[in-house]
Write a protein that binds this ligand. Structure first.
Ligand code: HEM
Length: 286
């Protein structure tokens, strides 16, 4: 057991579990990034509900949401870290794991602060339906991300996380990776989006996605309908072109936007201490 508040010890243990030779492309990193994003992406600015406090996916109403299918793998990967550092809240562990995974996979350093609290029951969970639907277009993307308080630029920057990982037919119904090396954080996703000839394909399960065959990967790479909506919408496309050209600009903008995402629903005082613990019914873990 580490000293309470020793987040460096937690970070080191997260980093050391990323290598998972038996799992997907050999890394737990991508699914950890997705867990972090889905833990925060329920935020609704208008009602100040949802967000990265609470770790609501521990409860069936949120964890069993089809939009969160597959994220139990990420939670299971992190369980030994929670056992070793019982003082860390799940809400902190999940967000920190995303930040550590991005860095370890060659991405930018993202600033992160602890202090999130865990719900003690399932009475304050955000309703289902707040996460994006990949079969939709630009209007839907804006409706989802404006609700959280993001701009078009931030939406495109965050979408660059699809440099990582893959779609699984038994989770989302979509299938395949976006890039040839899906455990390396880069701006390849934007480059491929702009330069490849994406063809629509209907999978055996009836789901529609976009593909092209990549010789180097030896497999079909893919784009979701929402990914390609970033090309057809001029305001989104402006940022796709910038991020495809300039990796450093993408890394800096991604780091800022991901930090903002991880802070959704969290209010801090001047010293950085989380003050809005009152939304956690029945008190919170100290
Ligand atoms: C995977 C949709 C935004 C990070 C996926 C999958 C879908 C999806 C359908 C495949 C899940 C599976 O079958 O395992 C979307 C949509 C988005 C969006 C519709 C917005 C319009 C984001 C954002 C991030 C992110 C903002 C992070 C900043 C990831 C990662 C994976 C993933 C890392 C790979 C997970 C793995 O390999 O297991 N996303 N996503 N996505 N998404 Fe997104």
């Amino acid at each position: 057991m580490s000293k309470v508040g020793d987040y460096e010890a937690v970070k080191a243990d997260i980093a050391s579990l990323l290598h998972q030779p038996e799992y997907d492309d050999g890394s737990a990193g991508p699914v950890l990034v997705r867990l972090a994003w889905h833990s925060a992406g329920t935020y609704d600015h208008a009602t100040d509900t949802g967000g990265s406090n609470g770790a609501g996916m521990r409860y069936e109403a949120e964890g069993g949401d089809p939009a969160n299918a597959g994220l139990q793998h990420a939670r299971v990967f992190l369980e030994p870290v929670k056992e070793k550092h019982p003082w860390v809240t799940y809400a902190d562990l999940w967000t920190l794991a995303g930040v550590v995974a991005v860095k370890e996979m060659g991405g930018p350093q993202i600033s992160w602060k602890g202090g999130r609290t865990d719900y003690v029951d399932d009475s304050k969970l955000p309703p289902r339906g707040r996460l994006p639907d990949a079969a939709q277009g630009a209007d839907h993307i804006r409706w989802i991300f404006y609700r959280m308080g993001f701009s078009d630029q931030e939406i495109v920057a965050l979408s660059g996380a699809h440099n990582l990982g893959r779609c699984h037919s038994d989770r989302s119904g979509f299938e395949g990776a976006w890039v040839n090396n899906p455990t390396r954080f880069s701006n390849t996703y934007f480059k491929l989006m702009l330069t490849r000839n994406w063809k629509e394909k209907t999978l055996a399960n009836g789901i529609r996605q976009f593909v092209y065959y990549d010789e180097d990967a030896g497999e079909e790479l893919m784009m979701l309908p929402t990914d390609l909506a970033l090309l057809s919408d001029p305001s989104f496309r402006y940022w796709v072109e910038i991020y495809a050209k300039d990796r450093e600009v993408f890394f800096a903008d991604f780091a800022r936007a991901f930090d903002k995402l991880m802070e959704l629903g969290i209010q801090r005082d001047a010293s950085g201490k989380v003050v809005n613990t009152d939304n956690i019914k029945g008190g919170y873990l100290s």
